[in-house]
Ligand binder design. Structure first.
Ligand code: NI
Length: 171
């Protein structure tokens, strides 16, 4: 396992639609474990999607347990929402979008179908924060970011700011 580098906007990998995983095997599991380690490092996030570490694959790692009880990540390969209900708007952030927050409307409850760490099909029922987190991470697999939920003006201003910051960082 290793700590991975988080890709940040406007890295093109974040805008791609991710490929399905053929089967869950060793190198993929190692990637998932490293993603979990990266997510827990510095207690920075409750979910991470593979494109955020540069891999355009349908894999997300989530753990929305309260602080102190975290440590059992859920690995979802090829996740699909098969049912959802309710709607709620709340603020979200993203490790790939430093200093950007957006109000996003999400389903409050959902059922997700995926392959687990053994490659077996599973159904996960989620509500509240976990449901929100899963929807956020599934967006990443479609190349959709929180920026897609804000106005074109806000998006353009953020893009300008990020490019300026990145230029500064490489000077
Ligand atoms: Ni994100």
């Amino acid at each position: 396992m290793a700590l991975l580098t988080i890709r940040t906007y406007p890295d093109p990998v974040l805008a791609k639609t991710c490929k399905e995983v053929d089967s869950v095997q060793r190198p993929l599991l190692e990637l998932a474990e490293s993603m979990a380690e990266t997510m827990y490092d510095g207690d920075r996030g409750i979910g991470l999607a593979a494109p955020q570490v540069g891999e355009s694959l349908q894999l997300v790692v989530v753990d929305s347990d309260p602080a102190g009880q975290r440590g059992t990540p859920l690995f979802l390969f090829n996740p699909r929402v098969i049912a959802s209900e309710g709607l709620e708007t709340a603020e979200e952030g993203c490790l790939s979008l430093p200093d950007h927050f957006a109000q996003v409307e999400r389903a409050t409850k959902l059922v997700v179908q995926a392959l687990d760490r053994e490659g077996k099909p599973i159904m996960v029922e989620a509500s509240g924060l976990l449901a929100r987190c899963i929807q956020h991470e599934l967006d990443h697999l479609q190349g959709r970011l929180l920026l897609d939920y804000v106005s074109p003006l806000k998006r353009a201003l953020y893009r300008k700011r990020r490019i300026k910051e990145l230029k500064k960082a490489t000077e």
